[in-house]
Write a protein that binds this ligand. Structure first.
Ligand code: ATP
Ligand code: MG
Length: 220
């Protein structure tokens, strides 16, 4: 007798998503299971960010159901074009370290194992040597990589990345994608990655779903 099927980490059933009078996505049925690496494709305005925000609980559903079987603290999110001010007077290391805040006790020194986690996350995105640089002095693509490192420092069970490669050069994109694959395989991190780069989605993700014409299409 096989094991009972595990709960999906997140499931949407007949979900209707959007903001104003017109829904952006309707009839959304989607299950994300532990260990999945899901790509999310779709044209500008097709609803990728809307879907990710609804999965996170940042945007209430207009209809249907969403189930989450993980604690909020285990969710990592790299928002599209993060609004973290480029003028914020923090070093790259300090930005990446923000991912550990949820685990820290107030008024205690940053413990050594957490420091190593931050170093590892910066290494993974190729910024290991730029930790002391002021975040505002980075290029756009480097900033994007620092924000990915911030999410990796969290070591979340489920990581949602919304177009994390915008402005990241081709080689770095391939490197970071490989790091995500390693985290997915090695640490069984569940990942949802939206991108306009279909080639990288096909190469990196176990499964690619597409937002278009007001719904989600998932190849059988
Ligand atoms: N805060 C908002 N209020 C009202 N409408 C919104 C809001 N955010 C997005 N929309 C609308 O919802 C639709 C889907 O937007 P969404 O940002 O989800 O698309 P996307 O697939 O992420 O696009 P892109 O590839 O450009 O990031 C668009 O028509 C957009 O105008
Ligand atoms: Mg978007």
């Amino acid at each position: 007798m096989g094991a009972a099927p595990a709960h999906p980490v997140i499931a949407l059933q007949g979900a209707c998503l959007g903001y104003g009078a017109e829904p952006v996505l309707e009839g959304v049925d989607l299950e994300i299971h532990a260990g999945d690496f899901v790509g999310l494709a779709g044209a500008n305005g097709s609803g990728k960010t809307t879907l990710l925000r609804s999965m996170l609980g940042l945007l209430p559903l207009r209809g249907g159901r969403v189930e989450r079987h993980l604690a909020r603290a285990r969710l990592g999110y790299v928002p599209q074009n993060d609004s973290l001010s480029a003028y914020f007077p923090l070093s790259v290391w300090e930005v990446a370290a923000m991912g550990a805040y949820g685990r820290l006790r107030p008024w205690r020194l940053f413990p050594g194992d957490e420091r190593r986690r931050v170093d590892r996350a910066l290494d993974r995105v190729g910024l290991g040597r730029l930790g002391r640089t002021v975040f505002a002095h980075l290029s756009g693509g480097q900033r994007q990589r620092a924000l990915i490192a911030r999410a990796l420092t969290m070591e979340p069970a489920l990581l949602l990345l919304d177009e994390p490669f915008s402005g990241v050069d081709r080689d770095s994109k391939a490197d970071i994608a490989q790091q995500l694959v390693d985290l997915n395989h090695g640490s069984r991190m569940t990942i949802v990655l939206s991108s306009h780069d279909n080639e990288i989605l096909d190469r990196t993700c176990g499964r690619v779903i597409r937002a278009s014409n007001g719904g989600l299409q998932e190849p059988a």
